[in-house]
Each structure stands twice: as structure tokens, then as C-alpha cells.
Design a protein around this ligand. Structure first.
Ligand code: ADP
Length: 596
């Protein structure tokens, strides 16, 4: 983490210094006129005045301007004069901002030389006073007006842009703060237009308001919180409070209005941005770079006092039009654009995903409907079979009883038929009832220790008669005795259904292999037969309670045996799987959890 902070600080310092160096280089390309030097005959050159001389008799500083020829009409451009400045005894009007120009009266020249006097004890070296020709002054001032208007227009548009976006997306509070910041910049930049109109106070305070709002948006843009209750300062009323308190303090302590103090305030916004970069907040590097450029430009305005560089007209124009705020504001706007573009992309991706989900849903609904239709069809068929199966024995029984009524001597012959049909009907009704109860989880299973090998042996001996009657050989390979926890009666029922199916669906003289083994904590019991097998298209449906493969009605088929077995095994936390090949045979494998 520390490394990330150092990296952000290094990047900031690097960009800031580079900006500073570039602007100082540009500045140095402009000319400087020293005391007694001749103004060259170049129409549009603007020279900063330097090298003022001290007049110890009058306690003033002065500079002698020499023109090249008598036709040359020279003008002074000046702004923010700290003291009276006079040319040939004529005192110039003081302005508090922006530029003024004054034509140096040709009559004031003596031998092409005129003296500009500063009524001050302090060297006016950095006073913004520039010498140029009449047309040079016009060009310079219109260039300044353009830069001024450009800055004003851009900050105003940024403010409108921020507000419009905020109206569209009120949850993004940083948009509002950006709009307020850009609005404050517009106000601050526009105030020179109102010089002398009584807006002086606002102009005085706007300087630091912009800085405080700059700090606020650095925090807001990257969702940075201040520790504990200090965070209240970043709330709406917190910010208003800070602005008001700061203005009051500024009134009481004018030192707070100084550049030093204003520049120190930027430590907070720079700190916030470094924090945002170190914590990988989206777009933090972009805004940090913009801020570094803005600060580099501010340094160019501030440092010439310390490093004794003459400030060119270009840099002064930049300073008075507040152009140095733009790189930061511009990068903030870029970030806002980026965040919005990302939101649009996100929305697009979501819309596509939604479309896909809808599509899948439609597909699923169709599949579901189809499955329901199939189930309904199967249920219908099943019901029809059940009705048929219930009706058939009734007809048989009715026929037999009529026969007995007509011819009582047939009683012994018809009784087994009646008994067999009644058995089937009872079996069917019991199965239906059991299945319904199992599905509704109404069957209360006993929980006792069940030795599986004994249970299997019991079933085999119970069904051996059925097998023998078909000449089927039942072979077993039951490895040691596994104990499971469950209901012995129901488990017997499940296994019996599997074994009886194997016998029923195996041709005469076929084989059945019953094996058991242990796999992890499960007993694996399989019933393998050499019967007719199950077709692949039927294999998924055989556990369905309504499913009976057509043509399997060779025995008293109810279509419920496997469903009952499956329900019982599942309620014992086990599972049944099936593998089959038509004409070769089928293997049903039961997995049951065991306790030893
Ligand atoms: P059924 O009373 O019809 O046997 P089941 O639920 O027990 O009902 O079985 C469903 C269907 O699965 C049967 O109709 C049969 O076609 C098929 N089936 C079950 N066991 C076997 C097996 N061992 N070999 C071939 N087919 C089987």
C-alpha cells in the first residue's frame, strides 16, 4: 500500500514539475526590456519591463524606455498596480484586475526616451507592466479577451453539463458537486466583468470558495470519507458551513486570503487524489494528472517571485483569466463522461443478458409446458389403464359368479379364478394407495438396524418359487453383512419389486445375478438380469409413476413397482440407477448408506 502512495506522489510531482518547466520555457521565449534598452521596431512584440532603478532622491523606482524611431507609437499594458505609476509626471489609473492600456504620449519623449516612475520603495519588478506598439496592444488585449471568454464559456458549459446529468441521475451526488464547482469557477472568472459594480466582496471570497469546492469534489468523486465525525464536513450542510465559516474567518484574518494560504488548502485535494490512486479508485490517475497540471500552472504564477523570472504577458493572461483551473476541471469532466459511458455499456450488457434470460425462460416455459403435457398424457393413459385393470377382474368375477349361479357344480373350477382376480385388484389398490402416501410423505418409516444380506436372502427365498416356475437361475454374491438404518418392511418391498421385475422380464431359463459390495459409506446392491432390456428412450421414464412400457403387460403390471422402490430408497437417503441393453438384459443398482 505504501508503495502505491509513493507512486501517486511521484506521478503528481513529476507532472507538476514538467508543467512548470514547460511554462517557464514558454515564458522565457518572451522578451524582457531592461532599463535604457531600445524598443525594437517589431509591431507585435510585448516586452515585460524589468531591471528598475532606484532613485534615492525621490525614493522611487524608475525605468527609461527608449524607442527606436520617432514614428513609433508605444503603449503600456498594465494590470494590478501595487503603487502609483507615472509617466512624465502623469499618474496612470490603477486597475484591480484585467488589463488596461495607455498610449505613451509622443510629446513625453525626449530624444526618443521616456521615464516610467513607480512611486514605491519596493522594487516593482513583478508588477504586470508591458511595453508594445499600438497594434501590438490591440492584438494582445483581444487575445486576452478571447482566453477570458473561452474560460468563462467552458466553465459555464461544464456547470450546465453537470447539472443536466445530475437531473437525469440524482443518485450520483458528485455530479451536483461538480456542477457547483464549475459554477463557482464561472462566477470567479466572470467577476472582472463587474469591476466597480459592488461585486467586490463576492470576488474576494470566490477565490477560496473555488479551492474549498475543489477539495470537496476530489472527495466526492472518489467516494472518500473523512475519519469519524469529520465526515459531516462533506455533507451538503457541512460544505455550506465550511464555506461560510471560511468567509467569516477570511474577513477577520485577511492572511487567509493570501496565495500562500490558498495554495496550502490544495494539500487536502491532492491528498484525497493520492489516496484515491493508491486505493485504485476508477479514474483517479486521470484527475490526479489534471490536478498536477493545474498546480504546475499555479506554480508558474507563484514561483517567479522567488526565482526572479519576469512573467510574460501570456502567463499574466492565463492568470487573470483563471485558465489554470481548466486542466483539473476538464479531467473531472472526462472522468464523468467515462463513468457515464461505462454505465451505458453496463446497461447494454444487462439488456443483452436480460434478452438472453427471456429467451431461455421462453425455452424453459416451452419445455415445461411440453413436459406437463406429456405428464398429463401419461397420467391420462395410466388412469385409463387403471380403470381398465380394475374393470377387467370385475367382469371376470361377475362372469364367474353368474356361471356358479347357473351351474353350482362349477364352484370349484371358478373359485381360483375369482381368487386370483381379487388378489390382483387388491395388489393394485394397495400399490396405488402406498404410492400416493409415499409421495405425500405420509408413510412413517420405522428406524431400526437392518442387516442387508439377511434381508436380500429373505427376498430371494420368497421369490424363488416364481423364478423356478420360469426355470430362471438366481445367483448371488453377497459380501459380508452391511447394516443400514431404516424400515425393514419397506426396504424389503423395494428390493422385492426389483427382483420380481427381473424375474418377470427375463425369458425362461435366463439368469439373475444379485450382488452386494461396499463403496465408501454405501452398500451397492445390484440386480442383473438377462431379460428383454429397456429401450434407451424409455429408460428415463421407468421411475415415473405413470409409466408402463407398452407391451410389458405380460404379467400383472401396475406401472408402480419401480416408482415405489425409488421413493422408498430415496427416503432412506439412497438412490437407484439403471443400465440396460435391449435383448441382453438390465442392471438395477441400489446405493444405500450403511452404518457399518
Ligand atoms: P410394472 O408393474 O409394469 O413392472 P414397474 O414400475 O415395476 O411397473 O416398471 C416400469 C416399467 O419398466 C415396466 O413396465 C417394464 O417395461 C420396465 N422394467 C422394469 N424392470 C425391468 C427389467 N428388469 N427388465 C426390463 N424392463 C423392466
Amino acid at each position: 500500500m505504501k508503495r502505491h502512495y509513493l507512486k501517486a506522489i511521484a506521478v503528481f510531482l513529476l507532472i507538476c514539475s514538467l508543467t512548470f518547466i514547460i511554462f517557464i520555457k514558454i515564458n522565457n521565449a518572451f522578451g524582457v526590456l531592461n532599463h535604457g534598452e531600445t524598443y525594437p521596431d517589431n509591431e507585435n512584440n510585448i516586452y515585460s519591463l524589468a531591471d528598475y532603478h532606484w532613485d534615492s532622491n525621490n525614493h522611487t523606482f524608475f525605468i527609461d524606455l527608449v524607442r527606436e524611431n520617432e514614428e513609433q507609437q508605444l503603449e503600456l499594458i498594465y494590470a494590478k498596480l501595487p503603487s502609483d505609476i507615472s509617466i512624465n509626471g502623469t499618474i496612470l489609473n490603477k486597475v484591480s484586475s484585467s488589463f488596461s492600456r495607455v498610449l505613451i504620449n509622443p510629446d513625453w519623449f525626449k530624444d526618443n526616451k521616456v521615464r516610467v516612475v513607480f512611486n514605491t520603495n519596493i522594487n516593482p519588478r513583478h508588477t504586470p507592466v508591458y511595453l508594445t506598439t499600438t497594434s501590438g496592444a490591440s492584438a494582445a488585449l483581444s487575445a486576452y479577451d478571447m482566453v477570458f471568454a473561452f474560460n468563462l464559456g467552458i466553465t459555464f458549459l461544464m456547470s450546465i453539463y453537470g447539472i443536466s446529468l445530475y437531473r437525469l441521475k440524482k443518485t450520483e451526488k458528485y455530479l451536483l458537486w461538480f456542477a457547483i464547482y464549475a459554477g463557482a469557477l464561472t462566477l470567479w472568472s466572470a467577476l472582472p466583468l463587474f469591476i466597480g459594480s459592488g461585486f467586490k466582496l463576492i470576488r474576494y471570497y470566490a477565490y477560496n470558495w473555488c479551492t474549498i469546492l475543489n477539495i470537496v469534489i476530489c472527495f466526492k468523486m472518489f467516494d472518500i470519507n473523512l475519519p469519524r465525525y469529520f465526515n459531516i464536513l462533506l455533507s451538503k450542510w457541512g460544505v455550506v458551513g465550511v464555506l461560510v465559516v471560511w468567509s467569516v474567518l477570511e474577513t477577520i484574518f485577511p492572511i487567509l486570503h493570501s496565495e500562500i494560504c490558498n495554495y496550502s488548502l490544495f494539500i487536502f485535494s491532492i491528498g484525497a487524489l493520492i489516496y484515491a490512486c493508491a486505493n485504485k479508485r476508477k479514474g483517479a490517475w486521470l484527475v490526479l494528472s489534471g490536478h498536477a497540471i493545474s498546480q504546475g500552472m499555479r506554480m508558474v504564477m507563484a514561483l517567479p517571485y522567488l526565482i526572479r523570472i519576469d512573467v510574460s504577458f501570456l502567463l499574466r493572461s492565463m492568470q487573470y483569466s483563471k485558465l489554470f483551473n481548466l486542466p483539473f476541471a476538464f479531467c473531472c469532466m472526462l472522468l464523468i463522461n467515462r463513468l457515464f459511458a461505462e454505465k451505458f455499456t453496463e446497461a447494454e450488457v444487462l439488456a443483452k443478458e436480460l434478452e438472453q434470460i427471456n429467451h431461455n425462460l421462453d425455452k424453459k416455459v416451452l419445455e415445461g409446458t411440453k413436459a406437463l403435457e406429456e405428464q398429463h398424457k401419461r397420467r391420462h393413459n395410466f388412469m385409463m389403464n387403471i380403470f381398465h385393470d380394475l374393470r377387467t377382474p370385475l367382469f371376470v368375477i361377475q362372469g364367474s359368479t353368474q356361471k356358479i349361479a347357473n351351474r353350482p357344480e362349477l364352484l370349484n373350477e371358478e373359485l381360483p379364478i375369482i381368487s386370483e382376480r381379487l388378489d390382483f385388484t387388491k395388489h393394485l389398490v394397495e400399490d396405488l394407495f402406498l404410492m400416493a402416501k409415499l409421495e405425500d410423505k405420509q408413510v412413517i418409516l420405522e428406524t431400526e438396524k437392518v442387516p442387508l444380506t439377511d434381508l436380500l436372502k429373505n427376498i430371494i427365498s420368497a421369490c424363488s418359487l416364481e423364478g423356478e416356475s420360469k426355470g430362471i437361475c438366481i445367483k448371488t454374491e453377497l459380501k459380508c453383512d452391511y447394516i443400514t438404518w431404516g424400515d425393514e418392511y419397506r426396504l424389503k418391498q423395494a428390493f422385492q419389486n426389483l427382483l420380481l421385475n427381473a424375474i418377470y422380464y427375463t425369458k425362461a431359463s435366463g439368469h439373475i445375478y444379485i450382488t452386494s459390495r461396499k463403496q465408501k459409506n454405501f452398500a451397492v446392491i445390484s440386480f442383473e438380469d438377462t431379460g428383454i432390456g429397456i429401450a434407451p428412450q424409455d429408460i428415463d421414464k421407468i421411475f415415473d409413476r405413470y409409466y408402463r412400457i407398452s407391451g410389458s403387460g405380460k404379467h400383472q403390471s401396475t406401472g408402480l413397482g419401480l416408482s415405489i422402490a425409488n421413493e422408498i430408497i430415496q427416503q432412506h437417503h439412497g438412490s437407484i440407477s439403471v443400465e440396460s441393453k435391449v435383448g441382453y438384459g438390465t442392471i438395477f443398482t441400489v446405493n444405500l448408506p450403511i452404518i457399518s
